[in-house]
Design a protein around this ligand. Structure first.
Ligand SMILES: [Ca+2]
Length: 191
């Protein structure tokens, strides 16, 4: 081969190699970039699924340990606490203090309380008039529409701003000093 032809051949080989490399280096990052996004989305999706499974499992454990009524599970706590401590404990477990929304719920709550807390006594429920005297709201600050006050209750005025349900006395409600230590039941909403 003549020197000129050799040179041309070398240049051609060089061009082929360089264009190959640039084609690769051009397409590679975009492919891997897209791949990374896909992978990230996939991981995010799996992570969400794992978390919702964990929540479902926790909820199932609560329902199995406690009791299940329509769209709610109850789990009693045996050690008495002040209203605030009880409320915080329920929130930490992913629930709230029980809020009986109807006489049916009140009855279910009472029979579960009777069974799980050995009969007598009062339990905190998630109702209070701490913000405005006489205006009873639930633990989320929303107005309560179902009440089950005992006769002559509430009567504690500004001194008693938290509500208990009596296990022995048909689940009737009374206002009580929030610092008092009472047993309680947390409720968990079932999706
Ligand atoms: Ca009050």
């Amino acid at each position: 081969m003549a020197n000129g032809a050799k040179l041309l051949c070398l240049i051609w080989v060089g061009v082929v190699i360089i264009s190959g490399t640039t084609a690769q280096s051009r397409s590679k990052p975009s492919r891997s970039g897209k791949g990374k996004d896909d992978l990230k989305n996939e991981i995010d999706k799996l992570w969400r699924e794992v978390n919702s499974l964990k929540e479902m499992q926790a909820l199932q454990t609560v329902c199995l340990k406690g009791t299940k009524i329509h769209k709610k599970c109850y789990l009693s706590s045996k050690s008495p606490k002040s209203y605030h401590a009880a409320n915080e404990d329920c929130i930490a477990q992913g629930g709230t203090l029980t809020i009986p929304r109807s006489s049916d719920e009140g009855n279910s709550l009472r029979s579960y309380a009777k069974k799980s807390l050995n009969g007598a006594g009062d339990i905190w429920i998630g109702v209070n008039d701490m913000t405005t005297e006489g205006k009873f709201v639930d633990v989320n600050g929303l107005p309560v529409t179902y009440f089950n006050w005992d006769r002559n209750e509430p009567r504690g005025g500004t001194r008693e701003n938290c509500v208990v349900a009596s296990i022995s006395s048909q689940g009737k409600w009374s206002d009580e000093v929030c610092r008092t230590e009472k047993r309680y039941i947390c409720e968990y909403l079932i999706p």
